[in-house]
Design a protein around this ligand. Sequence first.
Ligand code: XMP
Length: 317
Amino acid sequence: SWTADSFVESTVAQLKEKLGDDKVVMGLSGGVDSSVAATLIHRAIGANLYCIFVDNGVLRKDEFEDVLESYKELGLNVKGVDSKQQFYGALTGLTDPEAKRKAIGKTFIDVFDQEAHLIEDVSWLGQGTIYPDVIESVSVKGPSATIKSHHNVGGLPDFMKLKVVEPLNTLFKDEVRAVGKTLGLPDTILGRHPFPGPGLAIRILGDITAEKVQILQEVDALFINGLKREGLYDKVWQAGAILLPIQSVGVMGDERTYERVVALRAVTSVDGMTADWAHLPYEFLADISNEIINKVKGVNRVVYDISSKPPATIEWE
Ligand code: XMP
């Protein structure tokens, strides 16, 4: 029967055999899959694995620094690349969700390609693809292909001419976590909620500006830290905040305000394909709403999303 220990042992041996003295380049996202995949490959080939972690400007608050630090602690050979301005440039004026996804995907490939060229004689691209990604990338080729374009699979531009190594492509998420645990990855990485590649760009409805990103990062951090503080983080499958493209009237002291509205979203799910809105305690929602409105300048109203998937999706875009 399958065990994480035997998977690690046989996979590391296979990777050694397959990769030999070859160099592998890999983009990390901070998520469970790419972190576990990188750690496995690192076990096999050590410093011949070159990891790249890109700040696309739409990560969570402090995520770039925090995640880079944990990767370094794991001994990974990782380069952090600050490409915020390049991404903001590519996103300027875009409001359509798919256009935003495409702009981010394309900019990521540009940055990644540029960084990969700095590594001499690299011949492999490492990827954190897991089994459900493989299935989904096949099944979305139907009429629904345009509903949402996940660019995690098959996004290899042919000018890179790299062979692909995907050590997790037969595993389900819970197996990936078990492998990560065996490899000694910290809970801060293994217990992470999923976070979309296009990041906060698809949680800011309408166009993206550095100011909106900053507001949403603050709101999101208060919400996520609140969930952690109250022991709720591990009880929900995914959570985050959405910056709505509307303003609403409020009152502060004697002043009438006309400011932004944020939505909080938390769901329970097994695989993200279906999801229920998380029945968070009213007291928690009340406290977090107050905290957000008191602390985040420019926000005067908080709403909680009580839609399930289907028919709603987890993200708003
Ligand atoms: P939806 O909104 O389709 O989301 O219910 C299901 C899961 O997929 C994530 N998601 C994405 N992940 N690129 C990604 O890497 C994307 O473009 C993307 N869109 C949605 C979403 O966060 C949820 O976990």
